[in-house]
Design a protein around this ligand. Structure first.
Ligand code: GLY
Length: 401
């Protein structure tokens, strides 16, 4: 009895000490919290501006500062979920029902994509939108759309390769990109809601295969792995959006960081936490990571320090680090939190944060979509705003605890 009491006391004390040290480790900056409050007010203004420029049936894609044109897409573009997702998250902060109505209108346009089996991006498209809606205001209709989306995404899984196919190809090849790690969250959600473990198993198998083949010894990652669809053998490791096959394309590194952090959250398997920490180490200790922590578009871009920065990679990185810091030991956690804090400060300021009434209504300027493809270069991007908003919400949550 005496011993049991002692054990209980020790447990309670250690929880209290851990809680206190977590509070210490992640001390929020009051002036940054005020900046974030202002950013949400600005976001409300900006997203109403964007809403006014959108043609019926169209989704925002980017804004060309030279022509002043808001470039748009249909619902089948991989980025279609970010606009409604961002509207919903801004609404969560500002309670501006204009944004909620606009988000609902866009969800209506997006719902057809639940049956789209031609893309691996259904996680981005449907989970960032309907998944966010489901968290804010659970709805049976949204739930069914998400389940159907997970089913569609699962059809792209090849058990021989152990991956979900990213890009379709007419050649006998099976292309998987590191970005695909981001689509797994939808599958975990589907298993939790339906009780069908097949989604979970696909996600875990995909993450394990990716861990084996996508990473170099220094934990930087290739963008594209080309597998033989019959045998699962690796045919080629290369880039598509990076500077070179052997370079470290910045956003790809941050997709991997975010992806393995979410793998740990969903499975509690330590190997994913270690993978995320190794990726974080590659990024954070890279001699080419600038002081303000907003990465160049590729860690090996030839013209550093004159290379373009990619605000979208910075936003994804900030959000991922604000989750990873909670799972790591105190020293690493503090490092991740501090870098995320610096990133949010940098992105909240010039030249990244756009002045109200400019930038086509986007919050952030200066992202890089695809330099080799010649598209969306040094322009705003929907996903830069989405992950910036998510990072700011995650930062605020440390002050609320
Ligand atoms: N392919 C998705 C991206 O540009 O990050």
């Amino acid at each position: 009895m005496k011993n049991t009491l002692k054990t209980c006391l020790v447990a309670v004390c250690s929880i209290a000490i851990n809680f206190a040290s977590a509070q210490n480790t992640f001390k929020t900056d009051q002036s940054l919290l005020q900046t974030i409050n202002q950013n949400f007010k600005d976001a409300d203004v900006q997203y109403k501006l964007m809403k006014e420029s959108l043609k019926p049936g169209q989704f925002p894609k980017t804004f060309n500062p030279k022509t002043g044109v808001l470039e748009t897409s249909g619902s089948d573009w991989w980025c279609s979920g970010f606009y409604p997702g961002t509207l919903l998250n801004i609404y969560k902060e500002t309670k501006d029902t204009v944004l909620l109505s606009e988000a609902k209108r866009m969800l209506g346009l997006l719902s057809n994509e639940q049956y789209n089996k031609n893309t691996h991006d259904l996680g981005f498209m449907m989970y960032c939108s309907f998944g966010t809606a489901e968290k804010i205001a659970p709805d049976a209709k949204y739930k069914q759309i998400l389940i159907n989306s997970a089913k569609s995404l699962s059809t792209r899984f090849n058990p021989k390769v152990g991956c979900i196919k990213s890009w379709d190809s007419k050649k006998p090849e099976f292309l998987v990109i590191i970005d695909n790690m981001m689509n797994l969250e939808l599958l975990f959600w589907a298993t939790k809601v339906t009780g069908d473990s097949s989604y979970y198993k696909i996600a875990v198998t995909h993450a394990n295969t990716t861990m084996k083949n996508h990473f170099r010894p220094d934990y930087s990652s290739y963008h594209v792995i080309n597998y033989d669809p019959q045998t699962g053998a690796v045919i080629q490791k290369r880039t598509a959006q990076g500077y070179a096959n052997e370079s470290a394309w910045a956003r790809g590194q941050t997709w991997g960081l975010y992806g393995y952090t979410l793998m740990y959250r969903e499975t509690h398997d330590k190997k994913y936490l270690e993978q995320a920490e190794h990726i974080a180490h590659f990024i954070l200790h890279n001699p080419n990571l600038p002081k303000d922590k907003v990465p160049y578009w590729d860690f090996n871009a030839p013209n550093i320090p004159d290379a373009l920065r990619d605000a979208s990679a910075g936003a994804v990185m900030a959000s991922a680090l604000l989750e990873l810091c909670k799972y790591s030991d105190a020293k690493s956690g503090r490092e991740y939190f501090n870098v995320a804090q610096t990133l949010i400060k940098s992105l909240s300021d010039s030249p990244y944060k756009a002045a109200n009434g400019t930038n086509g209504g986007y919050l952030l300027a200066h992202s890089v979509g695809n330099i080799p493809g010649g598209t969306e270069i040094d322009q705003p991007l929907t996903y830069a705003d989405y992950y910036f908003v998510e990072a700011m919400m995650r930062y605020q949550s440390f002050a609320k605890n």
